[in-house]
Design a protein around this ligand. Structure first.
Ligand code: DC
Length: 227
């Protein structure tokens, strides 16, 4: 691991559609920090695998895709091989395949350094499943952000409808429950609240309240660091 332990990282892990991406982005903006959506990397591997018709059992090719992803993260857009794929990686199909591919330890390893490279001054806010446990174990603040499966399905439904995409709330709830199950029960880097992570349940919180809570925890921690 590179020795950049003086660069603060806020790691926000949690289940699918918990709102961690929205909160992480807002906190990053507020602090002027960089932002990494680690789930996007798994989704990009899934998209590239679908585009190239790679079989889910062809691990060698999938690892090769993960190692050589030609991706550019812009302010609002993500490009893969020079093409904007911001919406393409957000489909349920892509999310489900990403969750399946994420169970392969070799694919996770292939993405590790790429994620750590995002740790740049003045700091990083990142979200995913193993940001605090595996990728940035020395993160200054680790949060496990969650909400009930029903509320997450409702939020995802609203997002998809607003984007003009097709959605069915019952299917979404089922997908979310299956994805939780797979993300929690895989043998490598399973989704769980680490003993050093603070729980933030957003079931009955607004986005602004959740953002405020994260900033408040971060400021508390910074205030205790001797100058
Ligand atoms: O956060 P998301 O829904 O965009 O992530 C898509 C999938 O990628 C998720 O179901 C599991 C996987 N993932 C992971 O295993 N580890 C991460 N740090 C981020 C995502």
């Amino acid at each position: 691991m590179k020795n950049d332990s003086n660069i603060p990282v806020i790691a926000i892990d949690g289940p699918s559609a918990s709102g961690k991406g929205t909160i992480a982005q807002l906190v990053a903006q507020k602090l002027g920090f960089h932002y990494l959506d680690s789930g996007a990397l798994y989704r990009l591997v899934a998209l590239k695998a679908m585009q190239s018709h790679v079989d889910i059992d062809d691990i060698a090719t999938l690892v090769d895709i993960a190692r050589n992803l030609n991706v550019t993260f812009g302010n609002d857009d993500i490009a893969l091989d020079g093409y904007i794929v911001t919406n393409d990686i957000r489909t349920e199909k892509c999310g489900i395949l990403a969750s399946q591919l994420a169970t392969y330890p070799q694919i996770r390893t292939a993405l590790t350094d790429r994620q750590r490279d995002f740790r740049q001054l003045p700091g990083l806010v990142t979200d995913g499943r193993d940001m605090g446990s595996v990728i940035f174990p020395d993160a200054i603040l680790k949060i496990f952000l969650t909400a009930s499966a029903e509320i997450r399905a409702q939020r995802r439904y609203k997002q998809l409808i607003e984007k003009g995409m097709d959605a069915n709330i019952c299917d979404l709830l089922q997908d979310i429950q299956q994805r939780d199950e797979r993300d929690r029960n895989r043998s490598t880097a399973p989704l769980m609240q680490g003993t050093d992570a603070r729980l933030l349940d957003t079931t009955s919180l607004t986005i602004a309240q959740a953002q405020e809570k994260v900033l408040c925890w971060y400021n508390e921690i910074c205030a205790k660091i001797p100058v």
